[in-house]
Design a protein around this ligand. Structure first.
Ligand code: G
Ligand code: G
Ligand code: MN
Ligand code: NA
Length: 254
């Protein structure tokens, strides 16, 4: 397979890059963080979004290398931003379940954190419901290991999976990311409004932070403000953008 051949050299040839989607605090309207989203700029295949190559990387195992690259890259980027005096933004990275289930995952992460001096208070890992619902007994231990390293944990696409509500308490999660399929119906769709309100009330009761994804309109933002969602991301603010563009976005809203 042609793509597979090129994929093996993507990290070595420095062809992967991260786009950053701004995350805004609802109450203040200020930029407080970003979600890092991988792209592959292949000289042979062109510019590829993650849905075009991550499934294959999960099949052939290269996701481990790609995922390790992404974690190191956000640590490097955060350090560069601090050295530029740009302040301390929270940065989230997506994990794939294959990567998370590797025996070497925790030592790999610990090694990167150590490379960058420890205490990564800026760093969040985004997990999916299926990852923490998997039938393996060391998941809690792994999540605790990540927390011990100082990493925050967010549950991505919340509401679309099969998570039992007791997992929200049992696992050391920090943040729920409300899936954009619910946000899409706001504010007029009564079911969407009820579901989002219920998730926000539950998150508050369980002391979990909340980020709503896929916010595209002022009306959606207003609904989330009225229901005390903590943070939002979506095309209304910005799509995921390259670092240079992200710098301009950051400067502009200061
Ligand atoms: O950026 P975009 O919205 O096209 O991302 C599409 C999907 O790809 C999302 O579900 C996102 O979680 C996933 N994705 C993006 N970057 C990464 C990454 O670095 N690692 C993994 N495992 N998934 C990613
Ligand atoms: O699964 P995950 O939440 O990581 O997916 C992030 C994906 O959502 C990326 O592909 C990103 O481009 C996309 N995305 C981000 N904001 C919006 C939005 O406001 N509307 C839509 N339709 N997609 C969005
Ligand atoms: Mn995500
Ligand atoms: Na999501």
């Amino acid at each position: 397979l042609e793509m597979e051949t090129y994929m093996h050299n993507a990290v070595a040839n420095n062809e992967l890059c991260l786009y950053y989607q701004p995350v805004m605090e609802v109450a203040s309207g200020r930029l407080i963080g970003a979600e890092a989203l991988m792209r592959w700029e292949s000289p042979q295949l062109g510019f590829l979004p993650p849905n075009d190559f991550i499934p294959l990387a999960e099949d052939n195992g290269l996701i481990n290398q790609f995922g390790e690259w992404a974690i190191r890259e956000v640590c490097r980027q955060h350090k560069a931003w601090q050295q530029l005096g740009l302040g301390n933004l929270a940065i989230a990275v997506n994990l794939s379940s294959l990567q998370f289930n590797q025996a070497s995952f925790i030592p790999m992460v610990a090694g990167i954190i150590k490379e960058f001096g420890g205490n990564p208070t800026f760093l969040t890992f985004e997990l999916t419901e299926s990852m923490i619902m998997a039938d393996t007994d060391n998941i809690l231990e792994k999540l605790n290991n990540l927390k011990d390293l100082g990493i925050k944990l967010a549950l991505d696409d919340f509401g679309t999976g099969y998570s039992s509500l007791r997992y929200l308490n049992r696992f050391p999660l920090d943040t729920l990311k409300i899936d954009r399929s619910f946000v899409k119906g706001l504010p007029d769709n009564a079911d969407a409004a009820a579901i989002v309100s219920a998730i926000l009330a539950m998150a508050k009761a369980l002391n979990l932070d909340t980020i709503a994804e896929g916010v595209e309109t002022q009306q959606q933002k207003a609904f989330l403000q009225n229901t005390s969602c903590h943070a939002v991301q979506g095309f209304y603010f910005s799509k995921p953008i390259p670092v240079a563009e992200f710098h301009r976005y950051w400067e502009k809203q200061k």
